[in-house]
Design a protein. Structure first.
Length: 423
């Protein structure tokens, strides 16, 4: 029994040692991952997230001419079809709140009634005044004829009587002439007054007709076939039901989906690397397997601050080269802007690089011995960095710090320089 117990104990001990050995070995292997130094083309990229937009789109406008009828405030959207709705020409898009226009129309109709009453009153007053003037002319004409008769009859009278009759005739003639001139002036004045009242009345009628036409356009219809896309304001918020139509009077958009762009923002640290005509690799989050290409077409000169962030960013527009019916506005994109391509260089992962004060080094394996090698580095991208000197293409570097790294001596650049595969 004791022998069996010893055997069991020995087997258990051996198993423990095997597990410890395998686990320790895996741990060492895990900690000491080596990768070869790469040689060839080195791309420097700037990666950003963006959003697909149609390069060209047709705006769907609300009522035009609101300022001409005294509407200066924004108009509320009472109803708006869901974003992404495919519409045909003439289909319903939105209904805007007509409350303010209806209120102004009601006030105008009240003013119009007053103007119509004023027009009628002016017309009657003018008719009465001119009729009175015409009656006065008839009476003056009769008086003038009477004075003429008196002159004719006075020729048998004394000279003084004759002279008095002629004076009365001259007065009658002068009164008639003045009355005729006054009648002409009153007629012109009456015409001017009527024209003024008529102009005010016609202006009010035209304004009312304009209001009625504008009121009809508060129901917005699609000008052409397409897919409805909501407009975004300067804060990036979408115009939707309950929003207001701003100064630009745009209710929604009909994008041309045959040509898309990716709108993105680059931080102030990387913007100096980005310029027009640089190639771009584009991925669409909704379709991970789809790979697109593009080119930078616009780079903003002035930065802006994103909401909720203190960082300054610059707007960059990227034309998408490919056209695909599955692409839709507002889809999220991942853009890799290729800012530079350097040929025939050595490079290693950033994880392999270490710094000690002003010294930059890597851990490499030479002649079965781990060494701390000083290196001179160049430009880098998000994952890798160029090695200008200190390594060769057949070297391997460690991604983690090996055990006893502090005790290792450093191999300085004078003892080892970078070599290309051709060398």
């Amino acid at each position: 029994m004791k022998n069996k117990a010893y055997v069991y104990l020995a087997v258990l001990l051996i198993l423990v040692l095997i597990v410890w050995y395998i686990g320790g070995r895996k741990s060492v292997e895990t900690e000491e991952i080596k990768v070869p130094v790469k040689y060839g083309l080195f791309e420097i990229t700037v990666s950003t997230s963006g959003e697909l937009q149609a390069k060209n789109s047709t705006n769907i406008y609300g009522p035009k001419g609101l300022r001409t009828i005294g509407i200066w405030s924004d108009i509320k959207i009472n109803d708006l079809v869901p974003e992404g709705t495919v519409v045909d020409s003439g289909d319903f898009v939105a209904a805007l709140d007509p409350t303010e226009v209806k209120s102004k129309l009601k006030d105008l109709e009240t003013d119009l009634e007053k103007l119509e009453s004023q027009y009628t009153k002016t017309q009657l007053d003018t008719s009465l005044n001119l009729r009175s003037s015409r009656d006065e002319l008839i009476n003056l004409k009769f008086a003038m004829e009477e004075r003429q008769i008196e002159v004719d009859q006075s020729k048998y009278e004394p000279p003084a009587k004759q002279r008095q009759a002629k004076i009365n005739l001259e007065k009658a003639n002068r009164a008639y002439s003045q009355a005729v001139e006054n009648y002409v002036l009153k007629t012109e004045k009456a015409k001017a007054e009527m024209q003024e009242v008529a102009a005010s009345l016609n202006k009010a009628k035209r304004k009312r007709q304009r209001m009625i036409e504008i009121l009809q356009s508060f129901t917005v219809y699609a000008p052409q076939p397409g897919m409805i896309i909501y407009k975004r304001n300067w804060r990036g918020q979408k115009t939707k039901t309950g929003s207001t139509v701003g100064w630009d009077n745009v209710v929604a958009k009909l994008p041309d989906l045959s040509k898309m762009i990716s709108k993105t923002y680059v931080n102030e640290i990387d913007i100096s690397k980005v310029s027009v005509n640089q190639p771009v690799r584009i991925g669409v989050d909704a379709f991970p397997d789809k790979k697109l290409t593009g080119v930078v077409t616009e780079v903003a000169n002035i930065g802006e601050q994103m909401p909720g962030s203190d960082a300054k960013v610059f707007e960059v527009l990227i034309d998408v080269n490919e056209s695909d019916t599955i692409l839709r506005p507002a889809m999220t994109t991942k853009n890799e802007i290729i800012t530079d391509v350097i040929d025939s260089v050595l490079y290693v992962p950033l994880e392999a690089l270490h710094n000690d004060d002003s010294l930059t080094y890597v851990f490499t394996d030479r002649h079965s011995r781990i060494m701390k090698q000083e290196v001179e580095v160049g430009q880098s991208n998000e994952n890798e960095i160029i090695i200008l000197s200190g390594l060769s293409a057949d070297d391997e570097v460690y991604l983690s710090i090996p055990p006893d790294a502090d005790k290792m001596d450093i191999v300085y650049l004078e003892r080892h320089t970078a070599k290309s595969p051709e060398e």
